[in-house]
Design a protein around this ligand. Structure first.
Ligand code: HEC
Length: 153
């Protein structure tokens, strides 16, 4: 291949890896004044993620209620409603703005809720459910401590 073509190919490769890094790993973030990383989103994107968050909170309350009442079916139903299997598809533009660590923690939380649902039915042990809830809520705390959302207009 000619010298120029090589340089062109190398420049392309650098650009491509930069874009891959930006899209897959870094997301769209700024350091915010409270020390957290502020993920920059459009208003409808923020609305979508926040509605998921409120669904998380509702499910956590319902699971706690189910533990108190020893109602394993209700526990499984609530946990499944916010599990990975029932997630609506997230637009690609939003995926690109979320840092990889955020996505991993989000997926892991949905996954843990699916496991909690399965175990509730299979093991019928509310103590076990409580301990799973305790563990998965560490994700809520960790993620909220690191990230926030900012709407850029
Ligand atoms: C992967 C990261 C992540 C995880 C995991 C996560 N959250 Fe959030 N959540 C956020 C961010 C970011 C915000 C916005 C905070 C801000 O802008 O100050 C938020 C906001 C919220 C809100 C406010 C919603 C509103 O409408 O104002 C609730 C409630 C909430 N989360 C509940 C939860 C619960 C319960 C869990 C665990 C089951 C959880 N979240 C797990 C990132 C996460």
């Amino acid at each position: 291949m000619c010298k120029k073509c090589w340089s062109f190919a190398i420049v392309l490769l650098i650009l491509l890896s930069g874009m891959t890094y930006k899209f897959i790993f870094q997301g769209s973030v700024k350091i915010s004044n409270d020390g957290r990383l502020a993920i920059q989103l459009e208003q409808p994107e923020k609305d979508l993620v926040m509605s998921e968050m409120r669904a998380f909170l509702v499910a956590i309350q319902q699971i706690t209620d189910g533990i108190l009442k020893q109602d394993m079916q209700a526990i499984a139903k609530s946990a499944r409603s916010v599990g990975l299997t029932t997630q609506r598809s997230v637009p690609g533009s939003l995926i690109g703005k979320l840092p990889i660590k955020f996505k991993k923690m989000g997926m892991d939380t949905h996954n843990q809720l699916d496991t909690l649902a399965l175990d509730a039915i299979e093991l019928e042990d509310s103590e076990h459910t409580l301990s799973q809830l305790n563990t998965l809520m560490q994700n809520c705390i960790t993620c909220h401590a690191i990230y926030k959302f900012e709407v850029n207009n």
